[in-house]
Design a protein around this ligand. Structure first.
Ligand code: HEC
Ligand code: HEC
Length: 339
């Protein structure tokens, strides 16, 4: 054998030796998670194409705010993963609220809505911001209905969306239409392909991150189809977390739940900072380390943190661009109130 071919052979053998064994994930441990469902239907608000179309329009319509400056999309921008990128959101008249806007993507899967779970579902949630004085600031339900009834196309769209209802244009149906639209805001991710059996959908580093996510106990709270969104837990479970916000404890009769918040879904988490109910944590690196320390009593190394974040990247899904495209909105009627 010639020297050059001997060297080639040696190099080939050496490179074989450095090929790393593939990272193994114990699939038996994955039972705590579920892939994103195909749909998030609500039997109490059966969906139909007309209802979704109407809900999409209302989601984008700034006429649901007092000065016609704010829509749902202002704070939950569907082109930016359903978020506004701000610590706390700005409503009408540049007013600031005290909490950070969670994403509207995949929210329909959650056990309840808001950081404190005070609305049961997306239908009940959607009618809150419209009357909230610092969000959309409409004076009352009757005023909202007046505006909608003054827009001729909305009158017919409500009829089509709620067939057989004698009086389809009700405040509750505003929530039902927006809710039906929001139930389609799902973002399947590489993570879902992995859960369904495609081992190649995650990189080795992401698999190591997943193993850490499980072994460090993140999964005890962030689990299910949303990788979060399915339970309430105390912020600062093992090491106190200083916050003025009482969370669930601020709700009537729930004083004992002071410091508890809904465990947020981690889907698209790389895209929806700043973090926590008050947007007080800017970087995901800091957030992951603080979670490990305050919720589980673990101090993570930089390397472990980077791997967990790598895993979290596999939860970044695809925005359904056609579904969320901003529709043309119906024109004002002659009597539509102007601010
Ligand atoms: C001015 C900004 C603003 C506007 C406008 C706004 N939201 Fe929100 N939204 C927020 C904030 C802030 C929260 C969290 C409040 C809390 O938990 O107390 C929230 C919470 C939510 C949630 C709960 C998500 C979860 O994971 O719990 C959904 C869904 C939602 N909004 C949808 C909507 C819809 C639909 C509209 C339009 C009808 C709307 N929002 C208008 C700022 C806004
Ligand atoms: C005991 C339950 C619990 C455990 C364990 C836990 N978390 Fe959390 N996590 C929460 C709660 C509750 C919040 C929301 C707190 C708030 O906003 O006030 C949260 C928030 C987060 C956020 C910010 C989400 C957002 O939308 O702002 C990230 C990221 C996060 N957790 C990652 C992790 C990671 C990674 C681990 C493991 C190292 C972990 N969590 C362990 C309960 C938990």
């Amino acid at each position: 054998m010639k020297l050059t071919s001997q060297i080639t052979l040696l190099l080939a053998l050496a490179s074989l030796g450095t090929v790393q064994a593939e990272v193994q994930v114990n699939r038996a441990m994955l039972g705590m998670f579920q892939p994103l469902p195909e749909s998030a239907e609500n039997p109490a608000n059966p969906s139909n194409p007309a209802k979704i179309k109407l809900g999409r329009m209302l989601y984008y319509d700034t006429r649901l705010s007092k000065d016609r400056s704010v829509s749902c999309n202002t704070c939950h921008d569907l082109a930016s993963y359903g978020d506004d990128g701000a610590a706390t959101s700005t409503g009408i008249g540049q007013q600031k609220g005290g909490r950070s806007a969670p994403t509207s993507y995949n929210a329909a899967l959650h056990i309840a809505q808001f950081w404190d779970g005070r609305a049961a579902d997306v239908e009940a949630q959607a009618i809150g911001p419209v009357l909230n004085p610092i969000e959309m600031g409409m004076p009352d339900e009757a005023y909202v209905l007046n505006v909608l009834k003054s827009i001729p196309d909305y009158v017919s769209l409500f009829k089509e969306a709620f067939p057989g209802e004698e009086n389809p244009l009700t405040y509750k149906n505003v929530g039902n239409a927006i809710g039906a639209f929001e139930r389609g805001l799902l973002t399947p991710a590489p993570w879902d392909a992995f859960l369904k059996g495609d081992d190649k959908a995650l990189t080795d580093s992401q698999k190591e991150g997943l193993n850490l996510f499980i072994s460090k106990g993140c999964v005890t709270c962030h689990q299910g189809a949303g990788v979060g969104g399915h339970m309430f837990q105390k912020l600062g479970l093992v090491k106190p977390w200083p916050t003025e916000d009482k969370g669930l404890g601020g709700l009537e009769g729930k004083e004992a739940m002071t410091g508890f918040f809904k465990v947020p879904s981690l889907r698209n988490i790389t895209e929806t900072g700043p973090y926590l109910h008050d947007g007080s944590i800017k970087s995901l690196d800091e957030m992951v380390k603080k979670m490990a320390e305050h919720q589980q009593g673990h101090i993570l190394t930089d390397e472990e943190t980077a791997k967990i974040i790598d895993f979290l990247k596999s939860l970044k899904g695809e925005i359904p661009t056609d579904y969320v495209a901003k529709p043309e909105l119906p024109a004002d009627g002659p009597d539509t109130p102007k601010p």
